[in-house]
Design a protein around this ligand. Sequence first.
Ligand code: PLP
Length: 389
Amino acid sequence: MQVPVYMDNMATTPVDPRVLADMLPYFGTHFGNAASKTHAFGWAAADAVERAREEVARLIGARAQEIVFAAGATEANNLAIKGAVQAAPGAHIVTCAIEHKAVLECCHTLEKQGVEVTYLPVDRCGQIDLDQLAAAITPRTVLISLMAANNEIGVLQPLAAIGRLARERGVLWHCDAAQAIGKVPLNVEALGIDLLSASGHKLYAPKGVGFLYVCSRKPRVRLQAQVEGGGQERGLRGGTLNVPGIVGLGRACQLGREEMPAEAARLVQMRRRLCAGLEAALGPLVVNGHADERVPGNLNVSFPGVDGTELLLGLREIALSSGAACSSQTSAPSHVLRAIGASDDLARASLRFGLGRFNTMAEVEFAIDRTAAQVARLRACALAIEEKV
Ligand SMILES: *Cc1c(COP(=O)(O)O)cnc(C)c1O
């Protein structure tokens, strides 16, 4: 086992060696610009991009021409939200309190431009209430932006029900699925998703590549481009395509599709062992987020009486993140943990374990031992200080 052990797969994932192997020729031999129509270098690059587009589409049940490549989920979210809403001034958006900053910041900017935004709360498990969603939709609502799986607490939203409601009410649904694709089954047609964002580096492909799915039939979604340039991606996203990144993303989506059932089962088993092991050593855990409706690899727990940042300092052999610093450079408690009703202290006492494809059960046992020892040490310290006072 190699130390430090990486267990922060919700922040980013390593590139799968099979993905890297597929990418390498596109840095060397096949370095062409996919927009070069007049020679073999360009044709090879364009063919590879189109094959990748097919694989990406297949993973989510879309058609290849509905996939727009971008630099990542942040850019895809910007294109989806600003692109859909700029196309309809005087509009209203419904989103929720635990969305990724990439969604929330887009909404804040649009608010400053006169768009009305409703931020739905979530319950203690991290899910929205469907009646509240239904009540929030008005005749001026043009877009619902609700994520598939949360990046901090792993919680899945009631996707099928959201899609039914959006269809019934005739509003577009944008779904930030960066944490969900390749992890849980997601079919855009079955779920009624009109716009879907995702990122390569959360799925064992490299950083700096991602995509937006844009539904082209029933409804045909119209978007205003946010990055303008040479007309690439049907005019929706200008800029020379990142061919190696796109090739990697295509392979990652293929692997995600083929290996999802076995991988999900293995990750759930590891997550259960992690939870049980920590509980056996430390007593009942405060698990943040829904017990079952979550992505397989995520466990977010709070250890009352312990500061997460301090805990991480004592846990240098394991790469994790804490609820204090998940989403920003500041040490403000996470907006997600606050939204599920955690006190600032409990939010600060949280750790996010993100298990992934390359973790082993031996690493899980190691994480249990080290975490339990550090929590016990910090609790004993706190107790000793209390007794002195
Ligand atoms: C990582 C992440 C993003 C941002 O993706 P980038 O490709 O890093 O820009 C957006 N939304 C969620 C839910 C994420 O987990």
